[in-house]
Design a protein around this ligand. Structure first.
Ligand code: COA
Length: 260
């Protein structure tokens, strides 16, 4: 495995993962898939890391999807293996116990757009261009796109974008709710880090439970969802952090949360 396909740095509770194949628009091959999978599993249990930011190397691309040069060499069984692996990986990102922010610094097409959809929050630079373009290759989004896009932006708009394979620019992505916000490319990482830093001020167990309640609650009816919310709340009640939050409020100081 080539370790350089994924760069990882950590600072102040934030892990930044950079897809690092800029010569081919950070397209995902098996090597990058395996590197990302290993890193995500590692970050799941890593103490002290509260938020993960995923971005792409260079100024052109977040990720242009599956590596079509590698794809041309795969037989049918290997294509299936790739699809299962990428779908499971993106689901593990969506269900990760920590928030994940996509810093979309350029084109996000096919699997690249699906990677951003698996993240909790998407912030895009003005030069970003996004699309689920798979139908133009006579295939369909296979890493969660047919499911996550309509859940995020609604069925009609998702069908339009998937059926046409149309690419949209940052402004339209913002307008239809595909991204949370847009900013200049120079500011992108700082904007993501600012949001991550705010999340780092909150209680770790609270964030894990909030993400859990939103993710699982959304997939069910409201009464079941509310029961999931209650149970997630109950997890926070016996924590040291909850008492620390109340004490800090009383003492007019910033709370220091320990994830306990
Ligand atoms: N897989 C493999 N290589 C890719 C790639 C992909 N998904 N996307 C881009 N590249 C490569 C190009 O082949 C080119 O390499 P080359 O110089 O060796 O030919 C390099 O990245 C730069 O891309 P290029 O097409 O020259 O740049 P561009 O700015 O004109 O266009 C894209 C960029 C991303 C719009 C265009 O490359 C594209 O449409 N890529 C395919 C995206 C796609 O369909 N993804 C879904 C896959 S399921």
């Amino acid at each position: 495995m080539n370790d350089n396909v994924l760069l990882a740095e950590e600072e102040d509770g934030i892990a930044i993962l950079t897809l690092n194949r800029p010569d081919i628009m950070n397209a995902i091959n098996f090597s990058l898939l395996h590197a990302l999978k290993e890193k995500i599993e590692n970050l799941r249990v890593k103490q002290g890391i509260r938020v993960i930011i995923i971005t792409g190397a260079g100024e052109k691309a977040f990720c242009a999807g599956a590596d079509l040069k590698e794809r041309a060499l795969l037989d049918d069984r290997q294509v299936k293996e790739f699809i299962f692996t990428i779908r499971d990986l993106f689901t593990s990102i969506a269900l990760l116990n920590k928030p994940v922010i996509a810093a979309i610094n350029g084109v996000a097409l096919g699997g690249g757009a699906e990677l951003s959809l698996a993240c909790d929050i998407r912030i895009a630079s003005m030069n970003a261009s996004m699309g689920l373009t798979e139908t133009r290759l006579a295939i369909i989004p296979g890493a969660g796109g047919t499911q996550r896009l309509p859940r995020l932006i609604g069925c009609g708009k998702a069908k339009e974008l998937i059926f046409t394979g149309r690419r949209i620019e940052a402004q339209e992505a913002l307008q239809i709710g595909l991204v949370n916000s847009i900013c200049s490319q120079d500011d992108l990482l700082d904007e993501c880090k600012k949001m991550a830093a705010m999340i780092c001020e909150t209680g770790p167990i609270a964030i894990e439970q909030a993400k859990y309640a939103i993710n699982y609650g959304l997939e069910t009816d409201i009464h079941t969802g509310l029961a999931i919310e209650s149970n997630a709340y109950w997890v926070t009640i016996p924590t040291e952090d909850r008492l620390e939050g109340i004490a800090a409020f009383r003492e007019k100081r910033k709370p220091v949360y320990k994830g306990r």
